[in-house]
Design a protein around this ligand. Structure first.
Ligand code: AN7
Length: 354
């Protein structure tokens, strides 16, 4: 396999894609599965915990896996423009891959609710960014309607090729562990990713008789339609990536949870932010939404609702912390200001050392 292969080339025999597909890649995927024994210990111990750090993809989120395939299909099929609704990461990813293919990208985002690093990314990669005074769900309705009326390719996860690409993360986890994890925990927003992972694992099961993991999908309490059983009109959470009230693949997500003998739960913003800090204390800085999966595990352990003794657990951290610097800078201790003098530095170290 060429060193210049992304997920499309690496897993081509396993992807259901049309023959006209022309690869557009940034060599996404192949992200690290990082053991975090200290964190597992803090959560009660007795199990192996691994973080699939998807923030290590080219645009800083897992979206790149699906986007390389969706854009490659659209490009090969002759599309000149792509469009998506986004809470931010999809926008940045679509913009990057469209740029690489020389296509026009239009992204629609909810005004004021997209993290700085994502908006900056979309702009840097050359997207035409449209903010609407509405939610992600409103934006998704708009782009679906537009793509039905005009020759503009829709690259939200309603696009089946997005899922084809994203399921490769399941393949990678099994490659790294040498087997399936017992549990897989991940955040759930529009529910494309949980659906894609389940596709990946069930395909491995059919192909290689690989065991199936139980899936723990985690929503934010203020945006938890799949837990409540109905759409949420005004979703609200600090984890803006998953501030989604009507997941496009909600039914599929519920099926994945049920078939895997897992479930979808909700955690509070405080639990999410606390887990973001704990992950950072293990050297893994993720954006708030990305901490939700591990926060969900901690939640279930604390409430005695899950038994992980002797198990292997993988948690997907979907996006990099650099996507959302504001959440950190807003709350952080301001840096100390000192004169540029040795004495001042020595005094500071002596003072702080106590
Ligand atoms: C970091 O970018 O929906 O359940 O428009 O950015 O597949 O939607 C992002 C979603 C988790 C949820 N973690 O994944 C978008 C968008 C991060 C995310 C999710 C998102 P899905």
């Amino acid at each position: 396999m060429s060193a210049y292969a992304g997920v499309l080339e690496r897993y081509k025999p396993f992807l259901k894609i049309p023959a006209h597909t022309r690869t557009v890649t940034l060599l996404e995927g192949n992200t690290p599965l990082i053991p975090v024994p200290q964190l597992a210990e803090e959560l009660g111990g007795g199990f192996e915990l691994y973080i699939k750090f998807e923030g290590m993809n080219p645009t800083g989120s897992f979206k790149d896996r699906g986007m390389t395939v969706a854009i490659s299909e659209a490009y090969g099929g002759g599309a000149k423009s792509v469009i998506c609704a986004s809470t931010g990461n999809t926008a940045a990813s679509a913009a990057a891959y469209a740029a690489r293919a020389g296509m026009r990208s239009i992204v629609i985002i909810p005004a004021g609710k997209v993290a700085t690093g994502k908006l900056a990314g979309a702009v840097a990669y050359g997207a035409e960014v449209i903010q609407i005074d509405g939610s992600f769900d409103d934006a998704l309705n708009l782009v679906v309607a537009i793509s039905e009326k005009y020759p503009i390719a829709l690259v939200n996860s309603l696009n089946p090729y997005r899922l084809e690409g994203q399921k490769t993360a399941a393949f990678e986890i099994v490659d790294s562990l040498g087997e399936s994890p017992d549990w897989l925990a991940l955040p759930v927003g529009n529910a494309g990713n949980i659906s894609a992972y389940w596709m990946g694992f069930t395909e491995l099961h059919a192909r290689e008789n690989m065991a199936l993991p139980q899936i723990l999908g985690v929503q934010a309490a203020g945006a938890a339609p799949l837990v409540l059983g109905h759409p949420v009109e005004h979703p609200e959470t600090v984890a803006t990536a998953i501030r989604i009230g009507k997941p496009a693949r909600g039914e599929q997500a519920l099926t994945a949870a049920e078939e895997s003998h897992g479930r979808i739960i909700a955690v509070s913003d405080d639990e999410i932010l606390a887990m973001q800090k704990r992950l950072a204390a293990n050297g893994i800085w993720v954006e708030p939404a990305s901490a939700a999966g591990v926060a969900g595990l901690a939640h279930e352990l604390r409430e005695g609702k899950i038994n992980l003794k002797g198990k292997k657990v993988a948690a997907v951290c979907t996006g990099h912390g650099m996507k959302d610097p504001d959440i950190i800078t807003r709350e952080m201790k301001k840096p100390t200001i000192l004169p540029a003098e040795m004495n001042a530095l020595e005094d500071f170290l002596a003072r702080e050392g106590k």
